[in-house]
Design a protein around this ligand. Structure first.
Ligand code: CAA
Length: 403
């Protein structure tokens, strides 16, 4: 049986998050964007509402809701601004859910629990100056030294770099092994040798924090290795299955924001004696936003449904991320068009939507990477195998012993 309805709990979550965004983000966003200000107070309030670990089991400090509840939170947050959805994407999608999937009980107790409660922030360090789409060619080195590893290298385009307490860092123990040498580590900000610096001059997400993480002879306990040596590439890719899901969900919120702004303006603005909503070419742009929103949301919820079943969803999540981010960018561009010259100024939010939407088409797998992945799946060149550690299905087992 197919069921497209949200549960009572999900409806309440949606209502609560929507109200939060209306009162705590939207009234301030123009100013924060202009001032390039990331407001940590928003994150603290999200934590108080249980929204920094919404789909993490209660046993590990989360709200214990299903994976589509995370999508609902992301859609609502990005309706306000991409910056706060990005924060939840990296903290919950890329970091906490990866600890849930791959961490030992000790790692979950020590790192996942405070993250899910929202008292500590997590970030994700995969990309390097010379390794973006080609993540398997990363150069950060990890050398075993007794009960520790020594890490050296640098990561770039790291969201929350200046605020995160814990980083999931991917480094290679042997570059000659290519992706089979990559290993994942939990690195605390306060370990000697860790420094961060923000990136200035971004096109969009001015209200968000993005930067570099530099690792100089950082001693990381072997107990902080996530998974086995050489398992890091799979861990990174499985993390992206969750991160991309949150980007796709956020993109639906951005598209809805474009649609709402365009509908409002189309009723207000008159040309040739009628409101512009009466003009068919304006209607065409609005119809595309409506269709794109509905299509994106269906793809996102299908991906979340597969996660709830405990089924590998790399293919479906990649499709959702590709389509939803493309739709968001086109919707934002059209929303400016509907607003005409006013849309080109920051008197209206649609110019911010377009600058932000461009990031969605690039990060967590560019449009081109997802296009190629979809072609490879269709042609039979790529297939998703069952992993030795799957994300736990929902409802979560009470004991937490579901692996
Ligand atoms: N889960 C688990 N394992 C996976 C996996 C997944 N989703 N995808 C692939 N793997 C495994 C494969 O099974 C394979 O295993 P074996 O070695 O045992 O056969 C191994 O990983 C290699 O996989 P591929 O052959 O598919 O690797 P590839 O070299 O063809 O690369 C790629 C695939 C799709 C191009 C990949 O490199 C990719 O997705 N690149 C984009 C990277 C990206 O999205 N970066 C985003 C950075 S983070 C970010 O942007 C966050 C932010 O700050 C907001």
């Amino acid at each position: 049986m197919l069921d497209f309805s949200l549960s009572q709990e999900q409806l309440e979550l949606q209502k609560m998050t929507r109200k939060f965004v209306q009162t705590e983000i939207i009234p301030y966003m123009k100013e924060w964007d202009e001032q390039h200000h990331f407001e940590m107070g928003v994150v603290q309030k999200l934590a108080q509402l249980g929204l920094m670990g919404v789909c993490i089991p209660e046993k590990y400090g989360g709200a214990g809701m299903d994976y589509n509840s995370l999508a609902i939170v992301c859609e609502e947050l990005e309706y306000g601004d991409t910056a706060y959805r990005t924060a939840v994407s990296v903290h919950t999608g890329l970091n906490s859910m990866t600890l849930l999937q791959w961490g030992t009980e000790e790692q979950k107790e020590k790192y996942l629990k405070p993250q899910a409660e929202g008292s500590k922030l997590g970030a994700f360090g995969l990309t390097e100056p010379g390794a973006g789409s080609d993540a398997g060619s990363l150069q950060t080195r990890a050398r075993r030294d007794g009960d520790s590893y020594i890490l050296n290298g640098s990561k770039i385009w790291i969201s929350l770099s200046d605020y995160a307490d814990h980083f999931l860092i991917f480094a290679t123990v042997d570059p000659s092994k290519k992706h089979k040498g990559i290993t994942a580590f939990i690195v605390e900000r306060n370990y000697p040798g860790v420094t961060t610096r923000p990136i200035r001059g971004k096109l969009g997400i001015h209200g968000g924090n993005t930067g570099e993480v530099i690792l100089e002879d950082v001693r990381v306990p072997a107990a902080n290795r996530l998974g086995d040596e050489g398992e890091g590439f799979k861990i990174a890719m499985s993390a992206l299955d969750n991160g991309r899901f949150t980007v796709a969900a956020g993109a639906t919120g951005l598209t809805r924001a474009c649609l709402d702004a365009s509908v409002k303006y189309a009723h207000e603005r008159k040309t040739f004696g009628v409101e512009i909503g009466k003009h068919q070419l304006v209607q065409q742009m609005i119809a595309k936003m409506e269709a794109g929103y509905q299509i994106s949301q269906l793809l996102v919820f299908k991906s979340g449904w597969l996660k709830n079943q405990g089924v590998r969803n790399t293919r479906e999540t990649s499709l959702a991320k590709w389509i939803a981010s493309d739709v968001a960018f086109q919707s934002a561009s059209d929303a400016i068009q509907v607003h005409g010259a006013y849309g080109y100024s920051n008197e209206y939010p649609v110019e911010r939507y377009m600058r932000n939407a461009k990031a969605l088409v690039i990060y967590e797998g560019t449009r081109e990477i997802h296009t190629i992945m979809q072609a490879e799946y269709a042609l039979g060149y790529r297939e998703d195998k069952i992993l030795n550690r799957m994300l736990p299905p929902w409802p979560f087992a009470n004991s937490g012993d579901y692996l």
